[in-house]
Design a protein around this ligand. Sequence first.
Ligand SMILES: [Ca+2]
Length: 293
Amino acid sequence: MPNQILRLFVLSCSVVAIAACDGQTTAPSQRAAVDTGAGSGADGSGDTGTVDTDVDPGGCQAGYVSIEPGTFIMGTFQMESVETDETEHTVTITRAFCMKATEVTQGEWQAEMGDNPSLFQGCGPNCPVEQVNWDDAVLYANALSRREGLAECYAGSTLSGLDCGGYRLPTEAEWEYAARAGTTGATYGPLDSVGWYNVNGGGSTQAVGGKTANSFGLYDMLGNVWEWTGDWYGTYPGQVIDPTGPTTGSYRVVRGGSWLTTAPGVRAAYRYYGFTADIRYAALGFRLVRTAL
Ligand SMILES: [Ca+2]
C-alpha cells in the first residue's frame, strides 16, 4: 500500500480535509475459494435494500448472520493488484461465528454508549458510526457482551481468545472470508451495486444496508466505512489455521474501503494499515462478530 504519505494524509483526515484523503492505487479482478456453502441471509433470500432483522436459522441473534467454518484462499494473485502484501495463502477457519449483517450504526452506538462521535450525524441513526478508534470499538464490544450476559472478550486491548463467547472484532481472516462469501474476484458483485465508494458515495457515509448484500447476507463489507479488524498488521504467514495476526504491531488492519476510497482500495483482499489504534476518522467504523459456541 502507499504508506508514509497516505498515512500522513490519514492523520490530517481525522480532523479536517477528508475529501482530499483515502486514495489508493491498484487494478482489478481474480481469486480465492471457499469450500463451504456457509452462512446465509437471515431469511435465506439474499435480500437487498433493507436489512433483515429476523433471528438467523443458524442460531445467531437478530441482525447477525451465521457463518460456517471453511477453507479459502486469502489474498490475491498479483494480477489483481499492485499491492505487495496480499500474497495468496490458504486459510482455514475452524469456528463458526455470527457476524453483524451491517456496520454498527450511530443509533446502536448511541443506545449502548450514550454518545455519538460521528462526523456525519446528519446522515441519521441508521448510518454507520464513525470516528470511533480501535479502543472505542472494543469497549463497545465489551459493553454489549456485558449487557447480554456474555463473556467480555477484551481486557484492555488484549483479546482473551477466539473461544470467547462475547462480542469482538473479526480477525482479518474472518473478515475476508466473510466478505468473499465464496467469491474469488476483487469484489463480491459489481462495485456500484454492492458498495458506497468515492464515485457513488456522495461525499459522506450512507445508511447501512442500502446496497446489495453478499451471499452470506452481509451488507457494506465493501465501502461505506472502513472496518476495524482485531489484528495487528503484518506479513501474511503461509498456510494457516485460525490466524489472529501478529502478537504486536504498530497499526491495526482495516478493511473494505469507504465512501471516500477509490475502487482499487474497495476490494475483498485490500489491506489498509495506516491507522494506529487511537485514530478516529470519519470514514472508519466497524462491525462485530461472536464465536458460535
Ligand atoms: Ca464497510
